[in-house]
Structure formats: C-alpha cells, structure tokens
Design a protein around this ligand. Sequence first.
Ligand code: IPM
Ligand code: MG
Length: 372
Amino acid sequence: MSTTYRICLLPGDGIGPEITAEAVKVLGAIGAREGVGFEFAEALLGGIAIDETGTALPDATLEAAHAADAVLLAAIGGPKWDTTDPDKPRPEQGLLGIRKALGLYANLRPVKLFAPLAGASTLKPEALEGVDMLIVRELTGGLYFGERAREYDVPEAGVGGAAGQRAYDTMEYREFEVERIARVAFEAARTRRGRVHSVDKANVLESSRMWREVVHALHAAEFGDVELVDQLVDNTAMQLIRWPAQFDVVVTENMFGDILSDEASMLTGSLGMLASASLGDGTALYEPSHGSAPDIAGQGIANPLAMLLSVELMLRHSFAMHDAADALSSAIEGVLAEGWRTRDIADEETPAERVVDTAAMGDLVAGRLGRA
Ligand code: IPM
Ligand code: MG
C-alpha cells in the first residue's frame, strides 16, 4: 500500500489562496513522482474565519490541524480587519492561537541565497557572499504571549495631566522555554557550520539576562563542540547588513526573531523567498514568513516561492522525504537559473518575457519536477 499524507491547508487571506493553489499543484507533481498520495483538508483561519464564523481560530480549524500529518498555512490579515479596539477580533489572533495550541515553540527560518538572485538584493553582491543562515525564533513565549492589558480612565495618564489610557505588554520567559529553543539551535548548528549566535538585550532586559544564563548552562553541559556567541539585538540588526556571512544559526526571542527575520529576508532579495517551519512536539506547521500582501491580492502576481520553499521544509521535517525536498529545491533553483522571475524578484535586466505570474511560476516548478 502506498503512503498517503494528510495536509491541513489554511489559505487564509490576501494572496494566501493564490499561493496555496501553487503549493497544491507542486505537491501533485511530487506525489506523482514519488508514488505518494497527499490528501488535503482546507480550513478557515484569520480574516476569512472572522467573516464566516466570528472568530479568527474556529474550533473546527484546530480539529482539522490536529487530525493532519502537517499544516500548510499561507498568510492571514488585511486592512479590512485592522483595528486598534482590543475587543474586536483580529486575524493575527488566529495565527498566534494556532501556534500556541499546537505547541509550536520553534520557528525555523532559513535564509538561503539562490545564486541567480544575487542581484535582486539591495545589498552589493560581495556583501552577500557566503550567506546561509538559520534563524531559530522562539514562537510561543516572550513579548507575544506575556501579560498585556489596556486600562482606561487612569489618573494622569492622559495628555496634559488628564485621566487617560495605559497599556502594557510583558516579555516573560520560563527557563524550560529558553532551554528547549536553545537545544533546537545547538542541534541545528551541529548539522551545519557549528556556530550559534544567541541574540538578546541582556544589557537592559531581565528576561534576556536569564535567557543568557540558561543558554550558557546548556552549552556548557551538552554542546561544548558548538561555538556560542552572545550578541545584543541592536548589534545583530547592524551586523546582518554589515557582514551577514558571519551567521550560521541565530536563536532569539519571539519578537526579536520576528523583526530580524524580515530584515534578513532582504539578503535573499525578497520577503517572497523566506520560508518557515514551526515545530513542537506534535503536528508541525509550515508557512512563508511574508504576510498576506493585500495590496496585490487577487491579481495573480504574488511570488509563490516562499510557499513552495515551505513545502520543501514540510517534506523534510514532517515526511522525511529528503529526495523529494532536494528535487523541489533544485527545481526552484533551475527555474531561477533560467531567468524566470515574479515581479518582486525581477530587476531592470530581467527581460519582460521572463517576468511571470503566480500560476506560471508554479507551472514552471511543477514542470521541472515532472520532467526529472
Ligand atoms: C510572522 C508574522 C506574524 C508574526 C504576524 C502576521 C502576526 O509577521 O510570522 O513573522 O508577527 O509572527
Ligand atoms: Mg513577521
């Protein structure tokens, strides 16, 4: 009997459905080539879930995610649901909620340069030589999940001494949360170039000082063979632009990782190239690191490659289909080497006939997988 994997699809909002269609197309080509079946169950998350059910993370979606072998999420959010009212539902609650509910504490964001795209970055090609890093972002703790509140009518909190609002968010970690994410980083470094940058703000934040202690204790106890470098987050933001090749594995707090990974994506030329895997102890979730790009939604011009690279991570981490993952990676590389570009990664030198839309990019990748 041949294997069938059940994938829970969460297309979400904006360009989400468009890039999801390309993932399904490419998985079809992979299934045919490997003699494996992929079964898809689609569920609601984010803005579309708010519109249809009143909540960003319906129970049915969580059930579908738990029942699947892996979850593939495209993107959520958009101006339609933007609000500063704490009592209104937000699409992001769906994303944060599913990360927490599935226990996905480790978010892996590989920043890999595709040689044909060296010219697509705003940085000089020589500054990008040797860039190949893995950002390990803690995903279920820190500033995103600490205690928060908005208070009204607080004496003297308003402008000019009047009563007004007070709001706060808390960056909080427990030792075990830091230890398990540091372990992921050290183990990843062992399979790579053996270096971990632990990024914090230990000169100011108490949670960072504990972070640093826990990371060093684990390092001393079990990972003496891995090089450990402490770096302050503001310095990392600068070093990513100055000399990005110094980084192998970067491990950091949830919010720091959110910011640094968007920054690092520009080394690859586009946020449209950055994939991610969110792992925990159960079902894993794969999603591009970019958002729902409402400005180009529905036009069929979004770059599906971060989504396809997320599929590659899914093949590796959830299904141990390493040959298929390698084939997908080579197919993407091949398509780029032939000069095909979506708009976001095209430059002045790209001939107009090489600039393709979302579906054509998916066809090119699927076509190469079919041929091989
Ligand atoms: C990301 C995104 C999300 C995050 C948003 C959409 C809530 O920016 O995955 O990086 O901040 O984690
Ligand atoms: Mg982000």
